[in-house]
Design a protein around this ligand. Structure first.
Ligand code: ATP
Ligand code: MG
Length: 447
């Protein structure tokens, strides 16, 4: 196919027939986060490259191999964001948000860019829903953040997703673990891949995350970090587990999770599934108590998670979870002749003001062709306006399902009939947040 009509490798168009699923996921995620007090933050699509070197870390795959980095016309090194945390934390520091009441809780939806080998559940532009919670050291914060991810999956009725939990310690206990890891991997020096050989010197924990089959086999026998964490980290981890237990959130401790980004400390977690192939991590997150300081802010603990929306959709599809479809057209107003077409447009404007989804002819088609279109878009009701309807101010309102028609006046009565048919979205609610009520409606749990 010609270059012009093909999207770049690893990217994906989200077409009108599917976009409602995205909108639904995004709404559920953002609205559920709002119930926990998270407010949306929007940060730029690109940042100074240095930001990711500092936060994500120089020895990670993301920084070493996956970033979309370029020099702009002002000779700055710029990188399309490979993840959302760095930008959110940078913004919090830049705008002094950490001087306000803590904790700071922010949520976001964003595109992320990583130069990876495209496959199912792995793209070069993908989408994340994420949250960051800054200011609390308490395990209560960890439980809240994990609880939020859990709640979102619950609302979406996701099954077969396991929460895996680990603690990877802090700068106090990490060096001892690094030593043990180094000693272990030294013994396998001839087998490790080249990248891991350099990791052995710079950051041996990264070897545990290597995707090469040989390295990951060796990694299975490596000492586990949980055996090395200090008393404070252990106590913190116990605090997280106790809270999750009480909240009824099941988890398994997986001492092999280390996560792919350098900034993590203490708690790390993943929600994983075996239902969508090799890329089974739908959500990953953890604590990053050193990150704010690393980015030039005052020492402030924090944590967060990000879920990959492509993987979440794959999982929902694999489980045949039907997401609520968007509203279909409620009324199609067909017309014969110019005067009737103008009247149809006028009625459409009025009814849309009321919150109804109505359409009329904009193609100059015959009535027959207009009705064919009305059928195609699944209109629930229809009417045909011609000279006599204009004169009498009445038309036949047809129920497209049953085929039954009855006369209706084109004024107030028409509006009332549409309301009576239960079609309207209450306009007063529109000015409210499109919030809980809407989610419930979408989920079919009508009040
Ligand atoms: P993986 O081990 O699968 O490469 P990761 O550790 O690099 O994941 P994170 O940086 O933690 O991933 O990103 C959080 C979430 O974003 C992942 O759990 C996943 O759902 C999603 N994600 C990461 N990279 C991609 C990608 N290239 N394509 C689609 N989704 C992705
Ligand atoms: Mg990755």
């Amino acid at each position: 196919m010609a270059l012009l009509t093909k999207a770049p490798r690893g990217t994906q168009d989200i077409l009108p027939k599917d976009s409602y699923q995205w909108r639904f996921l995004e709404t559920v995620a953002m609205e559920t986060a709002a119930l926990f007090g998270f407010k949306e933050i929007r940060t730029p699509t690109f940042e100074h490259t240095e930001l990711f070197h500092r936060s994500v870390g120089d020895t990670t795959d993301v920084v070493q191999k996956e970033m979309y980095t370029f020099t702009d016309k002002g000779n700055r090194s710029i990188t399309l964001k490979p993840e959302g945390t760095a930008g959110a934390v940078r913004a919090a520091v830049e705008h002094g948000l950490l001087a306000d009441a803590l904790p700071l809780k922010v949520s976001y939806l964003t595109s992320c860019f990583r130069y990876e080998k495209p496959q199912a559940g792995r793209l070069r532009e993908f989408h994340q829903f994420g949250v960051e919670m800054l200011g609390s050291q308490s395990p209560a914060a960890d439980a809240e953040v994990i609880g939020l991810a859990y709640e979102i999956f619950k609302v979406l009725q996701v099954q077969n997703l396991t929460l895996e939990l680990n603690s990877i310690g802090c700068p106090q206990c990490r060096p001892k673990y690094h030593q043990a890891l180094k000693a272990y991997f030294e013994g396998h020096k001839d087998e490790l891949c080249e990248t891991c050989l350099s990791r052995l010197e710079t950051n041996p924990m990264r070897i545990l995350d290597c995707k090469s089959p040989v390295c990951s086999e060796i990694a299975k026998g490596a000492p586990v970090v949980l055996d090395f964490i200090c008393d404070e980290c252990r106590e913190h981890f116990e605090g997280v587990k106790t809270r999750l237990d009480k909240m009824g959130i099941a988890y398994t401790v997986n001492p092999h999770i280390v996560r792919g980004l350098d900034y993590y400390t203490k708690t790390v977690f993943e929600f994983v599934t075996s239902q969508i192939g090799a890329q089974g991590t739908v959500c990953g997150g953890g604590r990053y108590d050193g990150l704010v300081e690393e980015l030039g802010g005052a020492k402030t603990p924090g944590l967060g998670f990000a879920m990959g929306l492509e993987r979440l959709l794959l999982l929902l599809a694999a489980q045949q979870n039907e997401l609520p479809e968007p509203r279909a057209c409620e009324l199609y107003i067909a017309s014969i002749g110019d005067a009737a077409n103008i009247k149809a447009g006028e009625l459409c404007a009025r009814l849309r003001d009321e919150g109804f989804y109505v359409e009329c002819d904009t193609m100059g088609r015959s009535v027959k062709a207009q009705m064919k279109y009305a059928n195609k878009i699944g209109a629930k009701m229809s009417m045909v306006l011609g000279d006599s309807e204009l004169e009498s101010g009445k038309a036949q309102l047809k129920d497209m399902d049953t085929g039954e028609s009855s006369p209706v006046e084109l004024g107030e009565e028409l509006t009332r009939r549409l309301y009576d048919a239960g079609l309207a979205r209450a306009t007063s609610e529109l000015s409210d947040q499109i919030g809980d009520a809407d989610i419930l409606r979408l989920l079919g749990q009508q009040e």
